[in-house]
Design a protein. Sequence first.
Length: 139
Amino acid sequence: MEHLKHIEHIGIAVKDLQAAEDIYTRLLGVAPYKREEVASEGVVTSFFRSGPNKIELLESSDPEGPIARAIAKRGEGIHHIAFAVDDIRAEMDRLRTEGFTLLNEEPKRGADNKLVCFVHPKSANGVLVELCQEIDRSA
Protein backbone atom coordinates (compact mmCIF):
# COMPACT_ATOMS: atom_id res chain seq x y z
CA MET A 1 0.00 0.00 0.00
CA GLU A 2 1.30 3.40 -0.96
CA HIS A 3 1.21 5.65 2.11
CA LEU A 4 2.54 9.02 0.99
CA LYS A 5 1.38 9.12 -2.64
CA HIS A 6 3.36 12.07 -3.97
CA ILE A 7 4.57 15.52 -3.02
CA GLU A 8 1.39 17.60 -2.89
CA HIS A 9 3.20 20.93 -2.58
CA ILE A 10 6.20 22.73 -1.14
CA GLY A 11 5.41 25.52 1.32
CA ILE A 12 7.58 28.64 1.33
CA ALA A 13 7.38 31.20 4.16
CA VAL A 14 7.50 34.81 2.93
CA LYS A 15 7.36 38.23 4.57
CA ASP A 16 5.55 39.99 1.72
CA LEU A 17 3.09 37.86 -0.23
CA GLN A 18 2.61 40.33 -3.09
CA ALA A 19 6.35 40.70 -3.64
CA ALA A 20 6.81 36.91 -3.47
CA GLU A 21 3.93 36.38 -5.93
CA ASP A 22 5.67 38.75 -8.33
CA ILE A 23 8.96 36.83 -8.00
CA TYR A 24 7.36 33.39 -8.47
CA THR A 25 5.21 34.60 -11.37
CA ARG A 26 8.40 35.66 -13.15
CA LEU A 27 10.28 32.53 -12.05
CA LEU A 28 7.61 29.99 -13.02
CA GLY A 29 6.09 31.91 -15.92
CA VAL A 30 2.56 31.52 -14.51
CA ALA A 31 0.39 33.56 -12.16
CA PRO A 32 -0.92 32.12 -8.90
CA TYR A 33 -4.19 30.25 -9.30
CA LYS A 34 -5.51 30.84 -5.80
CA ARG A 35 -5.08 33.10 -2.79
CA GLU A 36 -6.68 31.99 0.46
CA GLU A 37 -6.69 33.01 4.11
CA VAL A 38 -6.55 30.26 6.73
CA ALA A 39 -7.55 32.25 9.81
CA SER A 40 -7.08 29.29 12.19
CA GLU A 41 -3.36 29.23 11.25
CA GLY A 42 -2.92 33.00 11.00
CA VAL A 43 -1.76 32.77 7.39
CA VAL A 44 -2.59 33.93 3.89
CA THR A 45 -1.56 31.48 1.17
CA SER A 46 -0.98 31.79 -2.55
CA PHE A 47 -0.74 28.72 -4.79
CA PHE A 48 1.15 28.26 -8.03
CA ARG A 49 1.03 25.26 -10.34
CA SER A 50 4.04 24.39 -12.48
CA GLY A 51 3.45 21.20 -14.44
CA PRO A 52 2.37 18.56 -11.92
CA ASN A 53 3.95 20.53 -9.04
CA LYS A 54 2.50 23.09 -6.65
CA ILE A 55 4.18 25.82 -4.63
CA GLU A 56 2.40 27.40 -1.66
CA LEU A 57 3.59 30.82 -0.52
CA LEU A 58 2.68 31.57 3.10
CA GLU A 59 2.54 35.05 4.64
CA SER A 60 1.64 35.48 8.29
CA SER A 61 -1.56 37.40 9.00
CA ASP A 62 -0.80 37.13 12.72
CA PRO A 63 2.44 38.64 14.12
CA GLU A 64 2.50 35.81 16.70
CA GLY A 65 1.48 33.05 14.25
CA PRO A 66 3.55 30.03 13.22
CA ILE A 67 4.77 31.57 9.94
CA ALA A 68 5.83 34.80 11.66
CA ARG A 69 7.70 32.74 14.29
CA ALA A 70 9.35 30.58 11.61
CA ILE A 71 10.56 33.62 9.68
CA ALA A 72 11.83 35.29 12.87
CA LYS A 73 13.77 32.13 13.74
CA ARG A 74 15.04 30.96 10.31
CA GLY A 75 14.19 33.70 7.80
CA GLU A 76 12.20 33.31 4.61
CA GLY A 77 12.44 30.08 2.67
CA ILE A 78 11.16 26.53 2.53
CA HIS A 79 8.80 25.99 5.43
CA HIS A 80 7.40 22.51 4.79
CA ILE A 81 6.96 19.70 2.32
CA ALA A 82 3.45 18.30 1.93
CA PHE A 83 2.50 14.79 0.84
CA ALA A 84 -0.87 13.67 -0.51
CA VAL A 85 -2.55 10.81 1.35
CA ASP A 86 -5.81 8.96 0.69
CA ASP A 87 -6.78 8.47 4.35
CA ILE A 88 -5.24 11.04 6.67
CA ARG A 89 -6.47 9.44 9.90
CA ALA A 90 -5.05 6.04 8.95
CA GLU A 91 -1.77 7.69 7.97
CA MET A 92 -1.65 9.59 11.27
CA ASP A 93 -2.18 6.31 13.16
CA ARG A 94 0.55 4.60 11.10
CA LEU A 95 3.05 7.39 11.72
CA ARG A 96 2.31 7.45 15.46
CA THR A 97 2.91 3.68 15.53
CA GLU A 98 6.20 4.25 13.68
CA GLY A 99 7.28 6.66 16.44
CA PHE A 100 6.65 10.01 14.74
CA THR A 101 5.41 12.97 16.76
CA LEU A 102 2.39 14.68 15.22
CA LEU A 103 1.59 18.33 15.85
CA ASN A 104 -2.15 17.70 15.56
CA GLU A 105 -4.30 15.16 17.40
CA GLU A 106 -6.95 15.44 14.70
CA PRO A 107 -6.75 16.60 11.09
CA LYS A 108 -7.55 20.29 10.55
CA ARG A 109 -9.04 22.09 7.59
CA GLY A 110 -6.21 23.65 5.62
CA ALA A 111 -5.90 25.65 2.43
CA ASP A 112 -6.79 24.43 -1.05
CA ASN A 113 -9.68 22.16 0.09
CA LYS A 114 -7.51 19.86 2.22
CA LEU A 115 -7.56 18.17 5.61
CA VAL A 116 -4.06 18.52 7.03
CA CYS A 117 -1.81 17.28 9.81
CA PHE A 118 1.83 18.13 10.49
CA VAL A 119 4.67 15.86 11.58
CA HIS A 120 7.06 17.50 14.04
CA PRO A 121 10.40 18.37 12.40
CA LYS A 122 12.31 16.70 15.25
CA SER A 123 10.77 13.41 14.08
CA ALA A 124 11.77 13.91 10.44
CA ASN A 125 15.39 15.09 10.41
CA GLY A 126 14.50 18.76 10.83
CA VAL A 127 11.83 18.86 8.08
CA LEU A 128 8.26 19.93 8.82
CA VAL A 129 6.11 17.40 6.95
CA GLU A 130 2.46 18.01 6.13
CA LEU A 131 -0.06 15.31 5.29
CA CYS A 132 -2.85 16.45 2.92
CA GLN A 133 -6.09 14.70 2.10
CA GLU A 134 -8.45 16.17 -0.47
CA ILE A 135 -11.85 16.97 1.07
CA ASP A 136 -14.62 15.21 -0.81
CA ARG A 137 -16.78 18.03 -2.18
CA SER A 138 -19.70 15.69 -2.74
CA ALA A 139 -19.94 14.71 0.92
